[in-house]
Design a protein around this ligand. Structure first.
Ligand code: SF4
Ligand code: SF4
Length: 145
């Protein structure tokens, strides 16, 4: 099926299509901070230690929820609560019935296009193995909306 990612709703995707919809940016594998008063969520450049930063792939995807309890399986999440994801996230875009951008691997036909477009975290994150959780606020970044 041509452009199934635009023709189907998220709920209609097969398991394989669901996985293929992820653009591989790995922004969701960065630690986030929430303002207690306003509820605003800001991203830090501190990444989960299980993320392979060069490929932006999880090193233990099958066991991720066990290894990192707050690593959410988006397929089980309430789609109305996806606003903590970056605005570029393909699941968030499709939940709003918006088209995928031209750098999305499904559109470009190349898994590397998300990195070449400067959308992924490749080369600009630091592992949480090296940052104390009390110090995450020193690593807040503004390149994620
Ligand atoms: S932010 Fe969305 S598109 Fe990017 S890696 Fe995470 S789930 Fe995939
Ligand atoms: S366990 Fe894997 S998918 Fe989950 S946050 Fe860490 S690197 Fe990302």
């Amino acid at each position: 099926m041509a452009d199934w990612w635009h023709e189907k709703s998220l709920k209609e995707l097969s398991a394989v299509q669901w996985e293929a919809l992820c653009d591989g940016c790995a922004k969701c594998c960065l630690h986030k901070l929430e303002d207690e008063d306003t509820g605003e969520i800001v991203y830090t450049k501190v990444r989960c230690r299980y993320l392979e930063e060069n490929t932006c792939q999880c090193s233990d995807y099958q066991n991720r929820s066990m290894l990192v309890p707050n690593c959410i399986d988006l397929r089980l999440a309430n789609l109305d609560t996806l606003n903590w994801l970056p605005s570029t996230c393909a699941y968030r875009l499709r939940a709003q019935d918006l088209p995928l951008p031209e750098w999305h691997p499904l559109v470009s036909g190349n898994r590397d296009s998300v990195h070449r477009a400067g959308i992924s975290v490749r080369g600009r994150a630091v592992s949480d193995e090296y940052v104390h959780s009390d110090g995450y606020d020193e690593h807040i970044v503004h390149w994620i909306e």
